[in-house]
Design a protein around this ligand. Structure first.
Ligand code: ZN
Ligand code: ZN
Length: 263
């Protein structure tokens, strides 16, 4: 089982979780390939979201070595994308450290953290969705230094459903087009299933659309902030990928697909 999105205590939104605890939890959950992807969200609104890079890199190297031969651990990072200067800092970070895997995610739009209801209150429901995808598209056009896009539709976690909308569908097709043309992928993030929702992020229909447009690179991702959540609903995500027409789940090393698990 592959879990390519997990957080340790190095993430600003997490408690004191050690990488060692995560590796042990991954082994007992039957995970064979684990990516530790702590947050780096430069200029995140209202909250310091820095990452202590030297200590982080050292801890990753240590845990990789300790579990060698038992658990493959990818040294990862989850970049919080926002237009402008934040992207320059993201670029500098991925150039300065030898990551195996880089996730690009949007957690803030127009200076609002998505997790605050201030974003939702600042505009209509339609525009909570459109502005999120527009910002995401602008970020990924400007910055290509990531392997996989994190939780494509995370805006839906914080705002009510909109229903089918041509403008949103068009923006997501454009996002997929950019990713596919550059050999980048999407993840199937199961944190929404763990929270009791009906769908992972993105839902099955979007994964199918990604495959229809020629996308092949998909990772499975618990987005666990608690070691007990590592590996949860991953088999569900695999089933969704397979029925969407995806033939394998990707594993990254040194920022390239190094292996795949055939579905
Ligand atoms: Zn995220
Ligand atoms: Zn995450």
């Amino acid at each position: 089982m592959i879990d390519f999105h997990t957080h340790s205590g190095f993430s600003y939104d997490n408690g004191p979780v050690s990488m060692d605890e995560m590796a042990r939890a991954a082994l007992s959950a039957g995970v064979t390939d684990l990516a530790i992807t702590d947050h780096y969200d430069p200029f995140f609104p209202d909250m310091p979201a820095e990452l202590d890079f030297p200590r982080y890199a050292e801890a990753l190297a240590r845990v990789k070595e300790k579990y060698e031969g038992r658990l493959r651990i990818a040294a990862g990072i989850e970049l919080g994308l926002q237009p402008g200067r934040a992207l320059e800092l993201c670029r500098a970070a991925v150039e300065a450290y030898d990551f195996d895997f880089v996730l690009g995610s949007v957690h803030a739009v127009d200076g609002y953290g998505l997790h605050t209801y201030a974003y939702e209150r600042s505009r209509s429901l339609l525009h909570t969705k459109i502005d999120y995808y527009t910002s995401l598209l602008a970020c990924i056009r400007e910055f290509d230094g990531f392997n996989v896009l994190g939780h494509l539709n995370v805006v839906d976690r914080y705002t009510p459903p909109l229903g089918q909308n041509d403008e949103v569908d068009g923006l997501i097709d454009e996002i997929f087009g950019v990713l596919i043309s550059r050999g980048q992928g999407i993840e199937i993030n199961t944190s929404s299933l763990r929270a009791g929702g009906p769908d992972p992020m993105p839902p099955a229909g979007r994964v199918k659309r990604f495959a229809e447009l020629g996308g092949t690179i998909v990772t499975t991702a618990s987005d666990a902030h608690d070691p007990r959540h590592i590996g949860t609903h991953i088999q569900n995500a695999e089933r969704i990928a397979k029925s969407a027409g995806i033939s394998s789940i990707a594993i990254f090393e040194k920022r390239r697909v190094s292996a795949t698990k055939t579905l």
